[in-house]
Design a protein around this ligand. Structure first.
Ligand SMILES: NC(=O)c1ccc[n+]([C@@H]2O[C@H](COP(=O)([O-])OP(=O)(O)OC[C@H]3O[C@@H](n4cnc5c(N)ncnc54)[C@H](O)[C@@H]3O)[C@@H](O)[C@H]2O)c1
Length: 170
């Protein structure tokens, strides 16, 4: 039995990165997936590859949310799963110390001031992880799939940390 068979799922920011990995797993597990993203070309290409639907959406635009949800419900039925994945990792440009978290600010200093490249930053970050390696897309997609599946039907409002042990070491 597929784990999210016939459930209608919206994955924001699904055109690339972790969202694309989640979309792929959800399609394989039988969900009726709609991916949304700012990036139309990538989103359309992935939707074609996976056999699901792409809609362009900017998640900060409230009006677009109601239009998108209405369209999904008309075309597919009730929306059962929302993966609010869209986001940006951290402000690397135009950041200032007053409006940036300390960890982001340190990251900016490392990249922009100490001259550490993003790859060096990633290597250092990885070296500090107890599990010793950065996550794969599936390391994130699998727990997301668990949380939206019937296996987790009695779980509500909980927080699942998926960070390779990063917060244990901090
Ligand atoms: N990769 C990590 O290690 C990591 C760690 C912690 C949190 N996250 C969070 O997980 C999510 C996915 O991360 P990722 O590494 O796959 O990032 P990514 O940049 O590879 O993908 C994010 C996707 O979201 C889309 N997007 C950005 N702003 C949007 C908007 N306003 N409306 C619609 N789509 C938008 C982008 O176009 C992109 O396709 C992000 O929210 C990120 O902050 C990632």
């Amino acid at each position: 039995m597929k784990r999210v068979a016939d459930k209608v799922a919206l994955i924001t920011g699904g055109a690339s990165g972790l969202g694309a990995g989640i979309a792929k797993r959800f399609v394989a597990e039988g969900a009726r997936v709609v991916i949304t993203d700012l990036q139309e070309d990538k989103g359309q290409a992935l939707a074609y590859e996976l056999g699901c639907q792409f809609l362009q959406q900017d998640v900060v635009d409230e009006q677009q949310w109601s239009t998108i949800v209405k369209q999904i419900e008309i075309e597919h039925g009730a929306l059962r799963i929302l993966v609010n994945n869209a986001g940006v990792e951290g402000p690397f440009e135009g950041a200032d110390p007053e409006n940036t978290t300390l960890s982001d600010w340190r990251k900016i200093q490392q990249v922009n001031v100490e001259g550490v490249s993003p790859q060096e930053y990633r290597d250092r970050f990885e070296a500090r992880l107890p599990q010793g390696e950065y996550q794969t897309k599936n390391d994130v997609a699998s727990p997301v799939l668990f949380l939206v599946s019937d296996e987790a039907r009695h779980i509500t409002g909980t927080k699942l940390v998926v960070d390779g042990g990063g917060t244990l070491g901090s």
